[in-house]
Design a binder for this molecule. Structure first.
Ligand SMILES: C=C(O[C@@H]1C=C(C(=O)O)C=C[C@H]1O)C(=O)O
Length: 117
């Protein structure tokens, strides 16, 4: 049975005995596989994953800054810092799109936009 994760400390050995040489084949610790075609595909997919993560981080930061600006603008005009009906709409939007994880994600987004209360 293959192991589930690649350890940071170095290569893992397969324990499925597929090589039949008596010598355990080293699993590439970086990709988690010793199959070169699979490893190549994994590296390519990871490039896109890294790109997506950078975009998510940039959008997260932009959203937080905009949300804080709305709060500051509203308070400067005598309004409230938060509008709970709007927050409920956002929570529902994320829940409908992503289920329970969406709700958790939206809660974190809203918290990021609040800054220190
Ligand atoms: C950004 C706003 O202010 C607050 C922050 C929100 C958000 O981060 O989406 C939503 C509602 C408000 O509690 C807003 O009213 O639109």
């Amino acid at each position: 049975m293959m192991t589930d994760v690649a350890e940071q400390s170095g290569s893992l050995e397969r324990d499925d005995g597929r090589t039949g040489t008596g010598q355990p084949e080293a699993t590439d610790a970086r990709t988690g596989t010793d199959d070169s075609a699979a490893a190549e595909r994994i590296v390519a997919i990871r490039q896109r994953i890294d790109e997506i993560d950078r975009t998510i981080i940039a959008l997260w930061q932009e959203r937080a800054a905009l949300s804080q600006e709305v709060g500051a603008t509203r308070m400067a005009s005598g309004g409230t810092r938060l509008v709970l009906s709007r927050e409920r709409e956002i929570l529902e939007r994320f829940r409908q799109a992503l289920g329970g994880d969406g709700t958790q994600l939206a809660l974190l987004l809203l918290r990021a936009g609040r800054g220190p209360l």
